[in-house]
Design a protein around this ligand. Structure first.
Ligand code: DLL
Length: 433
């Protein structure tokens, strides 16, 4: 463990620490930011009223819209000369949000990412290739400073240029690569098609540090099988800090949340009510130590579940299940709620399909129309029409029985769907345009 005192803190002590830090964080936002003050006042909440963790339900929720309305620096809570860095959310759904960090905040950021790397078994002996984008996106610099903090040799290659990624893996003795899971698969494809001579097993690469987009357990298996490495999940969001809010440990059975820095709750996305531990719902974050850009009860829109288990790794931190989607990415197709990740799970169960797909939703008259483009292996694509028809039917039957939707399945040849060097574009919702 990188920081055992906090990662293995007894539950009771952690709750006391959280309450103390919540008092500080809510007070800091109230005193130093006009928007927060107005919002708290309107809800009849004053930080002095925070006597137990249960009182958190009285604190108003913060939304992405609140952040947009305060673009660019309206939610900052320190004078601008204390801000040493800004990042911006990738704007997966709409406009970007600008987030700021003081010197202490960048220190916390590096610390939580270092903890993640240590939880995958990394030490200062490792060579970490950072293939997340460097820039306003938090992925590149976030992993970079975390890796340096751990003391690992850090390769700031950024995203893209797969041939060069392979060259550095080989020449620099990379042991871990950090990128999106979709780019990891992209690398696997590239090796199989263009560089069959390149054998991962002849390199030192042993793990992928994968996140920034939802991915399924099936996708984990696929990556591990095709590349012969461990695939670890890293989760986070710019509004809270960036990568490093939570991560897998050696058990790969849920992501530990760094609760000494982030207070988490699960709410019903419809009513905003707090749900009991173990329920599935939207995860809400309160930063406990952030100075420049604290987030108080921020609605992430990410759907997951929180639970405590006696994790073999020794961490006492609460675990979150792999994010199954976003409440705002959820597709409602003819009244049926579907997450892109569920579609992915169904596809990955069908033999012959590749994990590259795109869901196109359109409206024909009053009816929603769904087309799922799926890549199939070269071999299958060159098979007779009969085989392809059989496969499409198999997929659409599974869609109907598992997800309850009917969809047109279009099988396409490998590399038809545009590849992304960052987050994959899984859904094209033409209804919104
Ligand atoms: O994606 C931060 C990050 C960078 C995380 C690198 C991990 C690795 P944003 O661009 O603000 O920040 O996007 C945040 O991406 O609310 C989730 O919906 C999604 N997301 C991030 N990591 C995961 C993950 C970065 N491991 C949004 N699993 C979040 C599922 C993830 N979804």
């Amino acid at each position: 463990m990188f920081n055992k005192e906090f990662e293995a803190m007894p539950l009771k002590k952690m709750k006391e620490l959280q309450l103390e830090r919540l008092r500080w964080a809510t007070g800091h936002a109230y005193k130093n930011n006009a928007f927060y003050k107005k919002k708290f006042d309107a809800a009849g909440f004053h930080p002095d009223q925070l006597k137990t963790l249960d009182d958190m339900k009285r604190v108003p929720l913060l939304t992405k819209q609140d952040m947009r309305d305060n673009y660019p620096f309206g939610l900052f809570c320190v004078p601008m000369d204390r801000v040493v860095r800004v990042h911006s959310s990738s704007g997966t759904t709409g406009n970007a949000t600008v987030v700021g960090y003081t010197k202490n905040d960048v220190g916390v950021f590096a610390e939580v990412v270092a903890r993640c790397l240590a939880s995958y078994g990394a030490t200062e002996k490792d060579v970490i290739q950072v293939a997340y984008g460097y820039g306003l996106f938090t992925g590149g610099l976030g992993l970079h400073y975390g890796s340096e903090k751990l003391g690992a040799m850090t390769i700031p290659i950024s995203g893209g240029n797969t041939e060069r990624q392979l060259m550095l893996i080989k020449d620099f003795g990379t042991t871990m690569i950090a990128c999106t899971p979709s780019y990891m698969l992209n690398i696997a494809d590239y090796i199989e098609k263009k560089r069959p001579d390149f054998k991962i097993k002849d390199t030192k690469l042993r793990a992928g540090i994968l996140g920034a987009e939802p991915w399924s357990e099936n996708m984990r298996k696929e990556i591990e099988h095709r590349l012969g490495i461990d695939a670890y999940d890293i989760y986070g969001l710019s509004e809270i800090i960036g990568p490093g809010v939570s991560c897998d440990c050696s058990e790969k059975s849920g992501l530990h949340v760094f609760e000494d820095h982030f207070y988490v709750e699960i709410i019903d996305p419809e009513t905003g009510d707090i749900l009991p531990e173990g329920s599935k719902g939207e995860i809400v974050y309160t930063t406990l130590t952030k100075e420049a850009f604290p987030a108080i009860r921020y609605r992430s829109r990410d759907i997951t579940r929180l639970y405590h288990d006696h994790c073999k790794c020794g961490r006492t931190l609460v675990k979150m299940e792999k994010v199954s989607g976003r409440s705002d990415d959820m597709l409602i197709i003819r009244g049926v709620n579907v997450f892109p990740s569920q579609i992915e799970s169904v596809l990955m169960e069908v033999e012959g399909t590749e994990p590259h797909y795109q869901i196109i939703v359109d409206r024909k008259g009053a009816m929603d129309d769904v087309e799922v483009m799926v890549e199939v292996s070269e071999k299958i694509f060159s098979d007779e029409l009969k085989v392809l028809d059989g496969l499409s039917k198999k997929i659409s039957d599974r869609f109907r029985s598992v997800l309850g939707i009917s969809a047109k399945i279009t099988l396409v040849e490998p590399m038809t769907i545009a590849r992304s060097e960052g987050k994959a574009v899984r859904v094209v919702d033409k209804r919104k345009i």
